[in-house]
Design a protein. Structure first.
Length: 478
């Protein structure tokens, strides 16, 4: 497996204003893909300006909502140009795909939540859920809940089962979980690992706090108070640290477990609605709190490698860095984008499926077949723009069945095994042929062997019993 880093950007605010006034100033932005560990450039997917949290990478596609447009660009890993352009009901702020791969969720600028069935394109939910724009979306790891955050400072948790149930009226669906402790827009959302009945939810806000919530208890556990606005956040896979990107460009590693100076033992930080003040400039001697400083602009996106040892960060100036969390040093400065970094993700792909669109071009230029449509991924169906209750109960889902591929020599191995099995069957049938002298003789030999095994087991059991009895007598007399 190879870890691929994918990050994109959006148009700078100045370019958008200039374009609106004079028709010029638009920058041709890209989504960059590179090898996480070597930093080598792999591909540049063109013509994409995506809002914060507006890009999601799956095993087969990159799906990118377009800033200030009611449009989604879909990219195949086999080419750098836009593979599909899908019109959606309104301008989208953020998108995500459920871990099970069934649902595509999107949040609109008006606070509207949209959910599609990804394989059919069927719109299953569309309703205003927040008073202001939805900023972040994330499913629990078991796809049972969808959490949404907004500029209205509220956090909602939605039951996916209730949302997609065709028997439930849209207007009757209410959030299963509702939290409103933040006082300013919520900029970051992370759902912890595990099933929904045991996972935690972490939210970061412009009110300079990070809050940890329990899904099972539906209540606040801990409030971390930082010294600046939280603009990005990611949580360690083992939930040991919260990495918070701040408006001043620093990244603070907030420990969720720390050594108690009184007892010397490692204990959980917070809990029971405690308020924990985080001061990275003057951490206690026994604390594992630390800060990373390299960005000269506000941190806008954060992600981690799958083993949690490398942190990748992007800022509003378009610069991205990878950090070694063991040494707390910059590993490398990544290729910058021309606009603010809006989204950073890592994805693991087998080496045979690594994103190298140039290889397909090279094969074609050398007279090869190149990459045909049948070899590429199944395209995403056009997403419906209106709810159609009748179709929710009955519709087709198209799934591409991959062609069976045999490795070199696999046919000969399978044929050899099947031949051996057939010969064994014939030999066994001949020996145990009913009524034959050889069959009766083999049966007698088998019974004699079973009887000898029985005698051996009985003798062993008898010896164990005598030892236990002797031990019992000794303890009783002693």
């Amino acid at each position: 497996m190879e870890e691929i880093l994918i990050y994109g950007s959006q148009q700078p605010a100045g370019a958008l204003k200039l374009s609106a006034g004079s028709g010029t100033g638009i920058i041709d932005l890209i989504i960059t893909a590179c090898d996480l560990h070597s930093g080598s450039h792999i591909a540049s997917f063109k013509q994409s300006s995506s809002p914060r949290n507006g890009i999601v990478a799956t095993k087969s596609h990159i799906i990118a909502a377009q800033a200030q447009k009611a449009l989604i660009h879909v990219y195949s890993y086999l080419k750098e140009g836009v593979d599909q352009k899908i019109v959606v009901p309104e301008k989208l702020n953020c998108i995500t795909v459920s871990p099970c791969g069934t649902w595509l969720a999107a949040g609109g600028e008006t606070g509207r939540l949209l959910i599609w069935e990804l394989k059919s394109g069927q719109l299953v939910f569309a309703r205003e859920t927040h008073y202001q724009a939805i900023v972040c979306l994330q499913f629990t790891k078991d796809s049972a809940y969808l959490f949404t955050t907004s500029d209205d400072s509220r956090v909602f948790g939605w039951s996916v089962l209730e949302i997609v149930s065709s028997g439930t009226l849209q207007n009757e669906i209410q959030p299963a979980i509702s939290w409103s402790d933040h006082s300013l827009p919520v900029t970051s959302l992370c759902v912890g690992y595990g099933f929904s009945n045991e996972a935690y939810v972490f939210t970061g806000s412009l009110d300079a706090t990070i809050r940890c919530w329990s899904i099972a208890k539906k209540e606040l556990l801990t409030t971390f108070v930082l010294n600046d606005k939280v603009t990005a956040m990611v949580v360690d896979p083992l939930e040991r640290f919260i990495y918070a990107g701040l408006a001043n460009g620093s990244i603070v590693a907030v420990p969720l477990y720390d050594v108690n100076p009184s007892t010397g033992y490692l204990e959980a930080v917070g809990g029971a609605k405690r308020i924990v003040t985080v001061d990275s400039s003057n951490p206690p001697p026994s604390s594992s709190l630390f800060a990373l400083s390299q960005h000269s602009a506000s941190v806008t996106a954060l992600t981690l490698s799958f083993d949690g040892t490398i942190l990748i960060s992007g800022d509003s100036a378009g610069q991205a860095y990878s950090w070694d969390l063991t040494s707390r040093q910059v590993l490398r400065k990544l290729k910058p984008n021309r606009g603010p970094i809006s989204s950073i993700q890592t994805i693991a792909l087998p080496k045979s499926e690594t994103i190298i669109p140039s290889q397909a071009k090279v094969k074609a230029s050398k007279g090869g077949a190149g990459v045909t449509a049948s070899q590429g991924p199944e395209p995403i169906p056009q997403l419906k723009r209106v709810l159609e209750p009748a179709e929710q109960k009955s519709h087709d889902i198209w799934i591409k069945i991959p062609e069976h591929q045999q490795t070199a020599g696999s046919t000969e191995v399978v044929s050899s095994v099947l031949k051996d099995v057939q010969q064994a069957k014939l030999h066994t049938g001949h020996i145990f042929d009913q009524g034959s002298e050889s069959g009766l003789q083999a049966r007698v030999q088998q019974l004699e062997s079973d009887l000898n095994d029985l005698y051996k087991n009985y003798s062993s059991l008898q010896a164990v019993h005598e030892d236990l009895w002797s031990l019992h007598v000794q303890k009783s007399l002693g």
